[in-house]
Design a protein around this ligand. Structure first.
Ligand code: NAI
Length: 283
C-alpha cells in the first residue's frame, strides 16, 4: 500500500516529534489533540524546532515552509477518515487508548493502519478492541523523535505481514532504523533498559553508592552517554514505575519488582526533571 497521509493523535512530547518527522519526510500530516492548548503547544514546538534547523543550516527556508504546509492541526478525531495511517501517541493508559481505538475503528476505512506509540501496553490487547486486529501494530519511537534513529515495530499476535511491511517501509522513509519485535511486556527497549534503571535505584536504596557515583560508573566505565539515574529523571520516575509494574505483572517474575525507593519518590511527587526533583534537583 502507498502511505501518503498520516494522522498523529496526541500533540505532546512524542506526538509533536512524530508529526514533525513525518511532515519533514513528505507525508501530509494531521496533528490531532483533544485539548486545544496542547495542540497549540505542540504546533509551536514544531515551529521552533524547524526554525532552529534552518538557523543551524540543517534545512533550507523553503524546506521549512513546505514542511509546515504539510501539517494541519485538528481537534476532531473524525478527521482520521481521510488518512492512510493513524499513529496514536496519547497518555499511557489502557482505558483512554481503548476509547480512541474503538472510535478509530468506526471512523477509518478497513485498509487504514492503526499504530500505537505505546511504550509498554500490549499491542495484542489494543488490537483486540478493534474489528481489524490485523491492521493494528506498535510503532515505538524514542524520545526526542527528531534525533533518535530507532523505531521498534511491534507485531501483535494478529498483526498481518502486509501491515508490518507497510510500517517498515514508512520507517525507512522517515530515515529511521526499525527492528521487528514480538509483543511481550516491555518489548525489547524497556525490557532491558528499565531493569537496569531499577537496579541502579536499588543501588542507591541499599547505600552502595551515591546517585552521582552510580551515574559516573555507567558513563565512564560502560561508555553510556548518560547515567541510569539521570536518564530515569529525564524519562520521568512515574513512567519508569509504571513500566516496571507492566514487566512485573506481565512476567510474574520477582526480578522485575519495582524498587521501594522508586515507589517512595513517585508518592512524594519527585518525578524527575519535569517536577524539579528526582534523583537530582533541577532549577
Ligand atoms: P504527553 O503527556 O506529552 O502527551 C500526550 C498528549 O495526548 C497530550 O497533549 C494530551 O492532551 C493528548 N491526549 C490525551 N488523550 C487524548 C485523546 N483522547 N485524544 C487526543 N489527544 C489526547 O505524553 P508523551 O510523553 O508524548 O507520551 C505519549 C505516548 O508515547 C505514551 O503512550 C507514552 O508511553 C509513549 N512514549 C513516550 C516516550 C517518552 O519518552 N515520553 C517514549 C516512547 C513512547
Amino acid at each position: 500500500m502507498s502511505i501518503k497521509k498520516v494522522m498523529v493523535i496526541g500533540a505532546g512530547q512524542m506526538g509533536s516529534g512524530i508529526a514533525q518527522v513525518c511532515a519533514q519526510s513528505g507525508f501530509d500530516v494531521i496533528l490531532n489533540d483533544k485539548n486545544e492548548n496542547a495542540l497549540e503547544r505542540g504546533m509551536h514546538s514544531i515551529e521552533k524546532l524547524l526554525a532552529r534547523n534552518v538557523q543551524k543550516g540543517r534545512m533550507t527556508e523553503t524546506e521549512r515552509e513546505e514542511t509546515l504546509a504539510r501539517l494541519t492541526p485538528s481537534t476532531k478525531l473524525t478527521d482520521a477518515a481521510s488518512v492512510d495511517v493513524v499513529i496514536e501517541a496519547i497518555v499511557e493508559n489502557m482505558d483512554v487508548k481503548a476509547k480512541v481505538f474503538q472510535a478509530l475503528d468506526e471512523i477509518t476505512a478497513d485498509h487504514v493502519i492503526l499504530a500505537s506509540n505505546t511504550s509498554s501496553l500490549p499491542i495484542t490487547e489494543i488490537a483486540a478492541i478493534t474489528k481489524k486486529p490485523e491492521k493494528v501494530v506498535g510503532m515505538h519511537f524514542m524520545n526526542p523523535v527528531p534525533v533518535m534513529k530507532l523505531v521498534e515495530i511491534i507485531r501483535g499476535l494478529q498483526t498481518s505481514d502486509e501491515t508490518y511491511q507497510a510500517i517498515e517501509e514508512m520507517s525507512q522513509v522517515l530515515n529511521k532504523t526499525s527492528v521487528e519485535v514480538n509483543d511481550f511486556p516491555g518489548f525489547v527497549s524497556n525490557r532491558i533498559l528499565m531493569p537496569m534503571i531499577n537496579e541502579a535505584i536499588y543501588t542507591v536504596y541499599e547505600g552502595v553508592a551515591t546517585p552521582e557515583d552510580i551515574d559516573t560508573v555507567m558513563k565512564l566505565g560502560m561508555n553510556h552517554p548518560m547515567g541510569p539515574l539521570t536518564l530515569a529523571d529525564f524519562i520521568g520516575l512515574d513512567t519508569c514505575l509504571s513500566i516496571m509494574e507492566v514487566l512485573y505483572e506481565g512476567f510474574g517474575d520477582s526480578k522485575y519488582r519495582p524498587c521501594p525507593l522508586l515507589r517512595k519518590y513517585v508518592k512524594a511527587g519527585w518525578l524527575g526533571k519535569k517536577s524539579g526533583r528526582g534523583f537530582y534537583v533541577y532549577e
